[in-house]
Write a new protein. Sequence first.
Length: 201
Amino acid sequence: MSSKEHNNMLLFNKWDSRKVEMNDPGLKSVISLLPSVIPVTFGRHEHHRLRKAEVHLVERLVNKLMRFGKKYAKNTGRMGGKKARVFKVVMTAFDLIYAETKKNPVELFVRAVENSAPNEDTTRIVYGGVVYHVSVDVAPMRRVDLALRFIAEGVREATFSNAQSMEEILSKEIILAANNSMDSHAIKKRNEQERIAMSSR
């Protein structure tokens, strides 16, 4: 395949990710939107330090959404390992996003991740036998990981005992997070984490 053909590939044969720009300069180096039809790396990044930054952002979301199992066995249960099924869920969710907003769903997804990524967190420091919680800045890679985790958590919690499908809830969560709405679970979690970190400064 030539480089020209590679650059012309559309995500799910529908969405162009080449024109999507990052508004948050701190996340540019850790968000990958390389042209791909179905972004699957088969875990090649797993044993390489920081190679996760080269994994397509949509695939990282899919990996997070597969964790629908029990608290201490998250990859078990009804979605554990069902990557093809989750890809279909994300494809349908992107179609729903476009139907509702008439905007590129990849761009809205990137905005959702940028808005959901916390800037501060707390860490425990033991000094003289006393435990202190101290506010620290969050590394860019962890910011993206937390944002994707918050979005996946919101979808997972909302789908249980709910007549709405997973696709509808995922599309709704991405749209709300992209608009920085407090109705979004991811935005609530980010604000809560930053509020706790602010009180620990």
